[in-house]
Design a protein around this ligand. Sequence first.
Ligand SMILES: Cc1ncc(C[n+]2csc(CCOP(=O)(O)OP(=O)(O)O)c2C)c(N)n1
Ligand code: SF4
Length: 297
Amino acid sequence: MSLDYVKFSNGFEKFMPKEYRDMVEHGPFGKKVTVSQMGSFKEVLEEHPMCAGCAMTLFIRLAMIAFPNPEDTITVGTAGCGRLAISQAAIPFVYGNYGDQNGVASGLSRGLRLRFGDKPKDVVVMAGDGGTADIGFQQVLHSWFRKERFTTIMLDNEVYGNTGGQESGMTNRGAVLKMAPLGKKFEKMDMLQMAKVAGCAYVATVVPNNPRRVESVIKKAVLIAREVGSTYIQAYTSCNIEYAIPTDKVMEDAKTVENDRYQFTEYVSDEAKQYLTERYGYKEFLPQPAAAIPNKA
Ligand SMILES: Cc1ncc(C[n+]2csc(CCOP(=O)(O)OP(=O)(O)O)c2C)c(N)n1
Ligand code: SF4
């Protein structure tokens, strides 16, 4: 996709549905929009069939606002709740078999580079914790070892939400779920460490109740994946149905979980730091001036 496609063909404007006209006129394509401006532009994702109050949907909306070039982005997903929303967005979406997403994204990202050369086409995988850490685990890990240049986002609700509450590798030890009534017997998988060992250039954790942080993390991950290598974001996106979180307490839960066991962490490789600084003007990785030593006279 490019901006050439996000406009009306001559003479067709009046025949296009209002939704499409609104997207061309008030959407984010070709503009720089931020999460602070939510409500003042048309988002690429507005309607979805997910449960009321689902934190995953808020996270997906924020992530899509943060894409540096939504008009040149393709999302890849798989079975699970998230694809119900991702597939409704005005961004092309590729749906693979359950767990295939990082294999599909590898081929897609390589194909796009051959076809479009230097013009960036960003590939972003968004899949559940089951799709990423269980069924798709082998493909995820190998895409990282191969340093495939796309972003993998785990929508970590710590359960198989879409199929009614089985435990996943990312469920916490001891958690009792509808279809894990005796409680999970093993620890939550440390996918962050695995991502680092496998050579990801950027690894971060986020929760959706801090929109600016979500925005910053997604932007960095997508930009780094353009040229440096694989990037991984693990987002806590609670399942209010399977964990019985009242709808009006979803953000409170996110805050508690963030403080308790999902603190913000960010790893940026030296190569990625240099790239973000030189190519995109990031200042946060520049050497900080030494703090002045207090005069003891
Ligand atoms: C090959 C295959 N096996 C099983 C399923 C059934 N299935 C659909 S979604 C899902 C679980 C999804 O859990 P997760 O990936 O954690 O995403 P969530 O729904 O929690 O967002 C399963 C087992 C399937 N669609 N395809
Ligand atoms: S089942 Fe859970 S993760 Fe799935 S849409 Fe509902 S609240 Fe969200």
